[in-house]
Design a protein around this ligand. Structure first.
Ligand code: DGJ
Length: 792
């Protein structure tokens, strides 16, 4: 995994190589990152330095061709001729900003390297190796430690940096990135993930031109505005093909990534804590560690890079009892009753949810004293006496007795003015004396940079969790940070980062001793969907938007960086509360099942057919839960702008499910092709559509064309029929070898206006299908019988 030959280091995973060397002046020169090489040597890989570039500053007159500005490097300082963005900006002990770190020593360790304040990837000694390189500034007693951990099994290399001051005088860090990487000249595209509340993780792809492209957050969280994860890919890369580099950070606070292309075509990538309002003084013997960053490379397109990230997160980021465990199907109270409920309502709801097949009942916001609106109550987690007269313990007991697990919502990082906590400890809130603070969702942030506040939160939440049979927690965080001030801090430039360290500390103290508790973090939906959180919570609520068509973008975006096992996805009622879009129940499920499934609707109002459908959905999900949560996932491009497809394949390739989703339908559509990949070419599979029910009401007056009698499409009889009767859409079945199926399955005709029979797919707007693939045998290619095509 790591070899050292002369001045060169070769870090390799199962399919990738990362190669760099020490130059004669002690800098680290990047030579190659890409497909695995058997035994690399520098000669054909190095960027040649045989001519002097105009306007360049030469590092040392001993070599007229040695110019840092055009060298691909692993790290670079300031003030020695490299004018690209620097990974560090340090006010040095001598008061200048000039730094020049050069190689001192290295060591190769088995396993990972321990971090002191931040979460990081885990791995057994047999699974990974770490290269630790020590560098020193040429003048000051400042040491820079670069750590590279190589995870062969998932083609991921992690990187991080530690700065250590052994100088008598302090150094002030204004910027210290987790890594720097210079990629060789090529035409790259950058893929980033942007959004806002209820439109998280929308993918954006743009060519990397000359100049600086920044991916960052300044909200105090990793944020829904720009996720810290991104990709650089060769121009022609697609989901299936091409070279793709992926990057992400194990960090939940303000992040910064800068992607800079110079006129020479070199592309520099730096990533780490955002320098925005950041300043950290390192006294003598002080150390500062940056978050761990992760990098991957795949020459199998975006799906290849995503697959590496998925495996890496499932194996090396998620930890504790829920690692690699199937997650329960949950029912959440939020969208059905918000804060307006009574004990009886909850118990009836839980009974109905249980009857549908749900396994975990989650009591969302509104259960504690004063919490009838979002103006009050945060900070005081004592059960509301009117809503829960017998307390939380009693409710939990009753729900557990029904055969369900019980979980609660909390927002421990926040406080309302109207709360006992604020009345007794106004100093716990983040605000600046003398300056009027700004509120978000009518609440203030608690000062997690203050150890007293952390003790309070860790103690009170721990007591709460022990007060009832709670086996799940939804940890919410509903505002961006403003008025940043920590009363216990040495300098306010530490605020944001100390907050994140404080948050990790509190979460560790609460959940380390309660590993059975399934934690799902949330921040107004996906405002903090990052690898730092995934070190604590195996799953994250993806978005408050549960409209399945919107979720195709949101969950689809998340799937580039995060595994399906981490994505909370719920079926809610229709029309949707944020988009007013009416979608079939089947589509709501077909999208939510590509994640950790939940339901968030009022079961009281479900029709008999809807209940029947939901029971079948949950049964189907449970049967294929491992596949949906841990299968190999791919996104497929279809030839049409209004269709897309997702697919999961089991590790043993015995089964697979494809989802085929339509946004708005068009008249007289061309035939559809279901793209398929990842199954075994030599094996035979039976493919069949999961039957989907169609509401009678969706056909309106058209129903009279197929009924023996004429009925009023707005009348009572029609509504009654709709409650108790539904139609089934066309079911297709195919049996064929994997190699043939992977050419794409030509699906039955969609309804195109002139003709209908039971073999017509009634896709319409927002229609979708699940196709289940089951391996039935191993077929010898010489067995000439072709796969049949039976239309149901
Ligand atoms: C925001 C979350 O995303 C919702 O799911 C819900 O828990 C509310 N907060 C409750 O206030």
């Amino acid at each position: 995994m790591i070899t050292h030959d002369g001045d060169a280091f070769h870090l390799f995973t199962n399919h990738t190589s990362y190669y760099f060397r020490i130059t004669k002046f002690g800098h680290l020169e990047q030579l190659y990152y890409g497909k695995r090489l058997a035994a690399p040597s520098p000669e054909s890989l190095e960027l040649k330095r045989t001519a002097q570039v105009g306007s360049a500053v030469m590092y040392d007159e001993a070599d007229p061709y040695y110019c840092l500005d055009i060298l691909p490097l692993e790290w670079s300082g300031i003030g020695k001729g490299d004018f690209r963005q620097s990974p560090a900006e340090i006010k040095m002990p001598d008061g200048t900003f000039v730094s020049d770190f050069v190689f001192v020593s290295h060591e190769i360790l088995s396993g990972t390297s321990e971090m002191s304040s931040l979460p990081a990837a885990t791995g057994e000694k047999s699974e990974c190796m770490t290269l630790h390189i020590q560098m020193k500034d040429r003048m000051a007693d400042l040491f820079l430690h670069l750590y590279y951990t190589v995870f062969s099994d998932t083609d991921v290399i992690t990187r991080r940096t530690v700065l250590e001051n052994k100088d008598e005088k302090p150094a002030v860090i204004r910027k210290l990135m987790s890594f720097m990487l210079d990629l060789f000249p090529a035409e790259y595209t950058i893929t980033t993930f942007h959004g806002a509340w209820i439109k998280e993780m929308h993918r954006q792809c743009a060519p990397v031109g000359n100049g600086l492209y920044v991916v960052q957050s300044t909200t105090g969280t990793s944020s829904n505005r720009q996720n810290p994860g991104f990709f650089l890919a060769e121009k022609s890369a697609s989901e299936e093909y091409g070279k793709v580099y992926g990057f992400n950070l194990v960090y939940s606070g303000n992040h910064y990534s800068g992607i800079e292309r110079t006129h020479q075509g070199l592309v520099r990538v730096v990533s780490g804590i955002n320098p925005h309002c950041f300043e950290w003084t390192l006294e003598k013997d002080g150390k500062f560690e940056t978050p761990e960053a992760i990098m991957t490379f795949s020459d199998s397109g975006f799906n290849g890079a995503s697959g590496n990230f998925h495996d890496f997160i499932n194996r090396h980021i998620v930890r504790g009892d829920w690692k690699n465990m199937e997650r329960p199907v949950l029912f959440n109270t939020w969208e059905s009753c918000f804060m307006n409920f009574r004990r009886g309502t909850l118990l009836r709801m839980a009974r109905r949810a249980k009857d549908l097949g749900v396994e975990l009942f989650v009591l969302d916001d509104g259960w504690f004293a004063g919490r009838n609106s979002d103006h009050a109550g945060l900070g005081d987690y004592t059960p509301d006496k009117k809503k829960l007269p017998h307390g939380l313990g009693d409710l939990a007991k009753r729900i557990v007795k029904m055969g369900l697990r019980f979980g609660i919502w909390i927002e421990p990082e926040m406080v309302n003015y109207d709360s006992d906590l604020f009345r007794s400890h106004p100093e716990y809130a983040v605000r600046i004396t003398g300056r009027k603070e700004s509120l978000g969702r009518n609440q203030l942030v608690l000062d997690l940079t203050n150890p007293t506040v952390r003790d309070y939160i860790a103690g009170s939440v721990s007591d709460l969790l022990d007060s009832a049979e709670i086996s799940y927690v939804k940890w919410d965080m509903n505002r961006h940070m403003t008025d940043m001030f920590g009363s216990e801090l040495h300098g306010q430039g530490e605020f944001y980062h100390r907050y994140v360290i404080g948050l990790y500390d509190v979460m560790t103290r609460i959940f380390r001793g309660r590993p059975h508790v399934l934690l799902e973090t949330c921040s107004s939906g996906g405002n903090r969907f990052d690898l730092g959180m995934l070190c604590f919570s195996p799953q994250i609520w993806a978005s408050d938007n549960t409209d399945p068509i919107e979720r195709l973008s949101i969950q689809g975006g998340l799937s580039y960086l995060y595994p399906l096992s981490s994505i909370g996805a719920h079926v809610s009622s229709s029309p949707h509360q944020q988009t007013i879009r009416d979608t079939p129940l089947s589509t709501r499920f077909n999208v939510a099942c590509f994640g950790v499934l939940g339901y968030e609707l009022d079961p009281k109002y479900l029709t008999r057919t809807e209940k029947k459908d939901i029971r079948q959905q949950i049964k189907f999900y449970k049967e294929h839960r491992r596949l949906f949560q841990y299968g190999d996932f791919s996104r497929h491009e279809t030839s049409k702008g209004n269709k897309l497809s997702w697919q999961v394949v089991s590790a043993d390739q015995n089964s697979s499910v494809s989802g085929f989703f339509a946004s708005q339908g068009h008249a007289s559509e061309a035939p559809d092709l279901l793209p398929v990949s990842g199954i075994a070419p030599e094996q035979t599979y039976r493919v069949s559509t999961l039957p989907r029910r169609l509401n009678v009401k969706m056909f309106g007056l058209l129903i009279n064309h197929i009924l023996p009698i004429k009925i009023n499409p707005n009348g009572f009889i029609f509504r009654l029929i709709d409650r108790f009767y539904s139609l089934t859409d066309c079911v297709e079945e195919y049996t064929a070898n994997g190699d043939q199926l992977m050419q794409g399955i030509r699906l039955n005709n969609p309804f195109i206006g002139t003709y209908y029979n039971s073999r017509t797919r009634l896709v319409g707007d927002y229609g979708s299908y699940l196709y289940l693939f089951s391996r039935i045998s191993s077929r010898n290619p010489s067995d000439s019988k072709q796969g049949g095509h039976h239309e149901g």
